[in-house]
Design a binder for this molecule. Structure first.
Ligand code: ZN
Length: 400
């Protein structure tokens, strides 16, 4: 038994009202960071003792995702974090098993993309597991090269998979069923379940967020193929923050042939923290900010140790350029903007994200958001993109 106090959700802006797809600068890690930041909101991130990230779309199966997620979330590097390969049942188990204040993130980049993050173990609505059945019905498989194949027998999955597992659970009547297609979810739920845009690890967070919006409590079901986990959500307050820009078609870019700049892992390591944590160096003598941090102050010449300070995430477009010539290994056209951050005077050069190339102008406002800047020889290089404020519809809550 644990509790849920806050849920953050994130969707890519690309796609349709019923299914979103990642842009070329998004993956399971960037979506996890967006949902996690929405869940943390204005609360002190230091209350998070542990992070559990659940996905079947981790970009680096050999390791390296967790450090990028902690840095993107602004959490200390000594916070315990684990990566779990799984879907919504694994998320529900992680939430119910949370002892300390834990951020459980489910993130999906393949297929219909999205992420949800649940703050648990810190008050709010109680949640406890009431049933679990783990069975194998591998209708979708992936080979060592990442190529997926679908057995494509929805009737077999429904009859011998989901329905058989449900009967072993005593035929429950959940309010939501995460991980099932809309029609299958409607068949097993009591009443009309809320529409869910994802079916992977993130789906259960979206489902519980929808219940919280209705003030509803009751049974919640998480499914992945024939494996089901059933939980009882009790009454209690859950704050929901949605980082969900309105849907639009992904722009037609053209990937220029050839390879991009090769990776230098030593440069990657040097830049990692200042770049991913968006921290400036503050001169120990005069207080001048430098980004990226410099050894010698450009204002007063001091070489006193600098203090790392977080930069504001909101700013205005100072200058911009749209690149239309093909650049090997990149999709063009794309727009780069120089953003002036808050009132710090610090300007940084980033790529426009979440908007059609060329669609911003000088003095437009927006936020720096965690994005995949490049993939070099298989190494994801994270940093920030500029998301114009106009990307959000007015009725959606924008993550700070
Ligand atoms: Zn100085």
């Amino acid at each position: 038994m644990s509790t849920i106090s806050r849920i953050g959700t994130a969707l890519p802006p690309w796609g349709t009202a019923t299914a979103r797809q990642v842009g070329d600068d998004e993956d399971a890690v960037t979506l996890a960071v967006a949902a996690g930041l929405a869940a943390i909101g204005d609360t002190d991130p230091n209350v998070i003792n542990q992070v559990v990230v659940v996905s079947r779309d981790f970009p680096l199966l050999e390791g390296g995702n967790s450090a990028a997620i902690l840095a993107g979330l602004g959490l200390r590097e000594d916070v315990r974090i684990s990566e779990t390969i799984g879907g919504s049942p694994a998320v529900l188990d992680a939430v119910a098993g949370a002892v300390h204040t834990t951020l459980v993130i489910g993130t999906d980049a393949a297929g219909s993309a999205g992420a949800s993050a649940i703050v648990c173990g810190a008050g709010g609505a109680p949640l406890g597991i009431t049933g679990r059945v783990t069975r194998s019905m591998p209708v979708v498989t992936r080979d060592a090269n990442g190529n997926s194949s679908d057995y494509a027998d929805p009737r077999l999955l429904r009859e011998r998979g989901v329905n058989e597992s449900l009967s072993r659970l005593g035929t429950p009547t959940p309010l939501v069923a995460a991980g099932l297609a809309a029609r299958e979810a409607a068949a097993v739920c009591t009443g009309t379940p809320p529409p869910l845009l994802t079916v992977g690890a993130s789906a259960i967070g979206f489902a519980i967020a929808a219940l919280a919006d209705q003030g509803a409590a009751g049974q919640v079901l998480a499914a992945e193929q024939a494996t089901l986990v059933l939980a009882e959500l009790g009454a209690g307050s859950i704050t929901v923050a949605r980082d969900e820009p309105s849907a639009r078609p992904r722009p037609d870019g053209k990937l220029a042939p050839g390879s991009s700049v090769s990776v230098s892992l030593s440069a990657y390591e040097r830049a990692f923290d200042p770049k991913l944590r968006l921290e400036a160096g503050k001169c120990g003598s005069c207080g001048e900010l430098s980004y990226p941090p410099r050894h010698r102050c450009i204002e007063c010449g001091s070489e006193k140790p600098t203090l790392l300070v977080p930069l504001p995430r909101h700013g205005v477009v100072y200058s911009l350029a749209t690149i239309r010539v093909p650049v090997p290994g990149l999709i063009s056209p794309y727009t780069v903007v120089i953003v002036e951050l808050g009132d710090t005077g610090v300007r940084t050069l980033v790529r426009l994200t979440g908007a059609t190339p060329g669609s911003v102008k000088i003095d437009d406002t927006g936020s720096l958001v965690f994005r995949l800047v490049a993939v070099r020889q298989g190494v994801p290089d994270y940093g920030y993109g500029f998301l114009p404020d106009s990307t959000f519809t007015q009725n959606k809550e924008v993550a700070a």
